[in-house]
Design a protein around this ligand. Sequence first.
Ligand code: HEC
Length: 198
Amino acid sequence: MGKFIVGLIIGIILIPAAAAVYFAGGYAPAAVNDPPFPFERVIAGTALHARIARSAPKRELASFTTANIVDGADVYRHHCVGCHGLPDMQRNRPEPKMYPDPPKLFTPDGYVTDDPVGVTYWKVKNGIRMTAMPSFQNVLNEQQMWDVAALLASADKLPPEATQTLKQPLFPPPPPANGKPTTPSGTAPKGHHGAPQR
Ligand code: HEC
């Protein structure tokens, strides 16, 4: 009985009190550069996997054409490059840090080529809570979300046309110093989303 009471006191008073001191006392990780919370990745990862297993749709990579993958590359260069990078990208300047860090999806360490296309589609559509990974369902249509997922599923065997598309600059180059546009017709090429001309 005595042991039981001690256990009860520990359980209902000391543990919550210790947790309160840990969180309210400023000991828990909150800054990007803090070390991870104990079991943080396991807990977050388990919830994410369970949720995705329950709701990700299924579709074979083979059902996408090269044209789909090239369209996915166009989506990617407009919406994803800033966080997830490009193939062969040289990182020669410091980047702002995020926690968790966005994986570089075109390097072998960051490839999601082993994930089913539907899982990647789910992540693009719904985002990943408590991380910088946004949900794109208000920005991209269904086809675009599938196409970019198919692109990432093919990251280790990209069709050359997709690599080309990824490498295209987002904005037309700035006009030369004399202010004259560079194209023969006198009009700068129009950006994909009607990007403002400079
Ligand atoms: C503002 C930064 C940001 C942008 C923009 C962004 N992401 Fe992410 N993304 C992240 C972060 C951070 C993670 C890591 C989340 C985690 O660790 O759970 C992530 C994770 C992912 C993952 C899961 C990777 C894995 O290993 O399971 C995929 C797939 C992904 N992003 C695809 C995309 C696509 C496609 C786009 C563009 C349509 C995009 N992301 C745009 C930040 C971003």
